[in-house]
Design a protein around this ligand. Structure first.
Ligand SMILES: NC(=O)c1ccc[n+]([C@@H]2O[C@H](COP(=O)([O-])OP(=O)(O)OC[C@H]3O[C@@H](n4cnc5c(N)ncnc54)[C@H](OP(=O)(O)O)[C@@H]3O)[C@@H](O)[C@H]2O)c1
Length: 334
């Protein structure tokens, strides 16, 4: 795929767990055109990048002006609000966002009109969950001729060294009240597991993008005892001090492996379909998904406006591309 859009790609959070995979893959495809960014000026310089802070949209705009030729920003760290997305999309800078928080994802979707007017493309639901879950959901939905219900199950490896920002996000999610019941699902390589409702953004997006009225995403870890411990702490996680303790604990405990699995189950009356996928290193695979999306963007294959990954026809083959690269294994429909 050749790049028709000139200019550089700024990867915010570009030397974190997800961002370093994005910077490495894009560095091969767009040599000399990738700029990793983060708050620590020294670490950013060591990676050939610049200091940026996603909590400061004004400062972020100045960095874009100083760099002068940034065509796209890949957000690999969660900003507090829509300010960074606005600084990019309203000024014609494309955006790829790995964010998973429903409120923020919804707010960035709301910039569709302004992005289109500025000729900029924003891609949301990029990563494993959301991301690959959205693509699997679309397949299961189509296989039943339009689902009336979708159940998504995510299994994460508790032995993986997840990045600090991802651990903070998970502990914040734990504090949210559950809106559905736990459910048992078979996950290739892991057997039948109990997964618990968890606030991934995909379940809020898919009712709009696919028109499926009822979508729930659930989470479990590869370690059964850690899954039980995590969800037993749901109530305790409601206070900020407990969340700080839990975040510190989860950054230290590495029981289990680094494999992950996701599954989408669709139902339409008595028709059912399930599609699953497995892989190793969810941070690395999230980064690879973001790198592929950015490559497609720079090749000029994505339309202006803000879109979710499952809405973009030129990314429909991404699951097969990742399988061919042996980043994931597909376990197609039953
Ligand atoms: N869609 C998905 O499937 C998926 C999967 C995994 C993770 N994620 C999301 O990806 C994000 C990153 O996760 P991660 O595991 O890579 O975290 P991480 O390893 O902690 O990396 C975060 C990076 O961002 C930088 N950073 C932190 N705060 C910043 C700020 N205010 N401004 C600019 N840079 C900042 C950090 O460097 P400095 O400390 O030097 O700033 C670090 O390099 C999280 O928001 C997570 O929810 C999504």
């Amino acid at each position: 795929m050749t790049s028709v859009i000139s200019g550089r790609v700024l990867v915010a959070g570009g030397y974190g767990a997800v961002g370093s995979a994005v910077s490495a893959a894009l560095g091969e495809w767009l040599p000399g055109r990738v700029v990793p960014g983060g708050r620590n000026a020294e670490r950013a310089r060591e990676h050939g990048g610049v200091r940026v802070d996603v909590t400061d949209p004004g400062g972020f705009r100045r960095v874009l002006e100083e760099l002068g030729d940034v065509a796209a920003v890949v957000l690999c760290v969660e900003p507090p609000d829509v300010g960074i997305a606005r600084a990019c999309l309203e000024n014609g800078v494309h955006l790829v966002d790995v964010g998973a928080t429903p409120k923020l994802v919804r707010a960035v979707s709301g910039l569709h009109g302004k992005a289109s007017a500025a000729g900029a493309t924003g891609v949301l639901s990029v990563g494993v969950a959301p991301g690959l879950t959205n693509l699997l959901a679309r397949r299961a939905h189509e296989a039943v001729g339009g689902a009336e219900r979708l159940d998504l199950t995510v299994l994460l490896g508790s032995g993986e060294r997840h990045g600090g920002d991802a651990v903070r996000w998970t502990v914040e999610g734990l504090a949210e009240p559950a809106t559905a019941r736990a459910r048992r699902a078979f996950l290739p390589g892991h057997g039948t597991r109990t997964a618990h409702p968890f606030p991934f953004s995909d379940q809020h997006t898919l009712p709009h993008t696919l028109g499926v009225p009822d979508v729930t995403t659930r989470l479990c870890l590869d370690s059964r005892p850690l899954t039980a411990a995590l969800f037993a702490l749901r109530r305790a996680a409601r206070t900020p001090s407990a969340r700080r303790l839990l975040t510190a604990a989860f950054q230290r405990v590495h029981l289990g492996g680094d494999s992950f699995a996701i599954r989408a189950d669709a139902r339409n009356a008595d028709r059912t379909s399930s599609h699953a996928l497995t892989g190793n290193g969810q941070s690395r695979v999230t980064g690879l998904v973001a790198a592929h999306v950015t490559r497609a963007l720079m090749a000029g294959t994505l339309p202006p406006g803000v879109h979710h990954i499952e809405e973009l026809p030129s990314l429909a083959g991404l699951l097969e591309t990742l399988a061919a690269e042996e980043a994931v294994a597909l376990h197609p429909g039953s």
